[in-house]
Design a protein around this ligand. Structure first.
Ligand code: GLA
Length: 391
């Protein structure tokens, strides 16, 4: 990667490389912007950025994935407007850094990513966080400030009203462990997965256009639910504050589909907490059941699944060694996450690939989800793992 950088930008100066991972979420979907609980793992799939000072007043960014290069005088960054282009992510981050008082030094950046774009594995947060580190190029930043600043870039510049999960896990991910994030206190704790389980993400290879408008609709529907529930329980400031019992007491006062949206969020927060307990006690079967219950709730109450995701979940559930499966991420395509016995991984991958091909005429990529370290500078590039199993 450093060689590719030098070939493109010339040989002077020290080239440093930063990495930020994608994620898969085990449980707790569409709860983050409701200030509830999520339980993601950082992946080995990651975005890597090589950088060195440009020395000519310009910020120059090249993406290998898009094979495109753009450049701006650093003095103009504060005035840039969104361009509906992939560079909105790095530029949004640069603008947030400026706003937080960090100077943007003239630099060249080369971006290489193994997080498949549009897969629901959070390629955007990986790009945001790696860009922030590359632009800081060794300057210190508080990790929570880093995650929040990248989330603001996405909300304010890219224009997606997303929660904090993706940027947070990209920063705070840890090797060999999932983390449970409390999206209100913005604190987390490690949750070690029991021995004898493997995690796989299976990519539907589709991304339905409905996704981004539906995401906004869900954010709005949840806000409506909060307003209505607060008439009975004035202390309720977000769906996080509503217990399953309180929800039962007020649900008849909520119109559809707001009622089902709120029911998903309230029951999903409860499932995260039960999942954490089950994981800590090594109760695999219960973990699997909670994953499936989460999927059904996303499918029927939250209505963010799709035929491809449902097919992968339903098919996985009948297969040998599978403990649980559900969609992961925003929905409307992207990936499912499957928890299974390690000895069943190879057979599972081969079989589900064949069945999905038959049904949809698309070859799903399948990624191992070994919990990996959060973002930082890296010194060794031979650690990039294979992208998809068995292909
Ligand atoms: C997307 C958003 C996250 C989260 C998930 C759904 O990935 O970026 O903030 O809301 O959807 O859980």
């Amino acid at each position: 990667m450093i060689q590719a950088f030098r070939e493109r930008f010339g040989a002077q100066g020290e080239v440093r490389v930063y990495r930020a991972p994608g994620r898969t979420n085990l449980i707790g979907e569409h709860t983050d912007y409701n200030l509830g609980f999520v339980m993601p793992v950082a992946l080995q799939l990651a975005t890597f950025i090589a950088t060195a000072p440009s020395g000519d007043g310009m910020l120059r960014i090249y993406s290998e994935g898009f094979d495109e290069q753009r450049e701006w005088p650093v003095t103009k960054i504060a005035e840039l407007e969104p361009a509906k282009h992939w560079t909105d992510y790095p530029i949004g981050v640069a603008k947030q850094l400026l706003r937080a008082g960090y100077e943007i030094a003239p630099a060249n950046l080369l971006i290489r990513s193994t997080v498949p774009e549009g897969s629901g594995l959070s390629s955007s947060a990986a790009l945001e966080v790696s860009t922030a580190l590359a632009l800081l190029n060794g300057r210190a930043i508080d990790p929570l400030e880093l995650a929040l600043l990248c989330q603001r870039a996405e909300r304010e510049y890219v224009g997606v009203p997303s929660g904090i999960m993706d940027q947070y896990i990209s920063v705070f991910g840890r090797e060999n462990t999932a983390i449970e994030i409390d999206c209100r206190s913005l604190k987390h704790r490690d949750v070690r997965l029991p021995k004898g389980v493997a995690l796989l993400a299976t990519n539907t290879m589709v991304k339905h256009a409905l996704g981004s408008s539906a995401y906004r609709d869900r954010v709005r529907e949840c806000a409506t639910a909060v307003e209505l529930i607060a008439k009975t329980y004035p202390q309720v400031a977000s769906l996080r504050d509503v217990s399953p019992e309180q929800f039962e007491a007020v649900e008849n006062k909520l119109p559809e589909p707001v009622r089902r949206r709120a029911r998903h969020v309230v029951t999903e927060d409860d499932r995260v907490n039960r999942f954490v307990e089950a994981a800590e006690a090594g109760r695999l079967e219960e973990m699997g059941q909670l994953m499936v219950a989460s999927h059904r709730s996303l499918q029927r109450d939250y209505e963010v699944s799709c035929a491809e995701l449902d097919f992968l979940v339903d098919t996985a559930l009948g297969m040998e060694g599978v403990i649980g499966a559900r969609m992961t991420g925003g929905g409307f395509g992207g990936c499912t996450v499957t928890m299974l016995r390690p000895e069943s991984v190879a057979g599972f991958a081969e079989k589900i690939r064949g069945l999905y091909e038959q049904q949809f005429n698309l070859t799903p990529q399948i990624y191992p989800c070994k919990p990996s370290e959060g973002a930082g500078e890296i010194h060794q590039m031979d650690a990039i793992p294979p992208v998809s199993i068995g292909q």
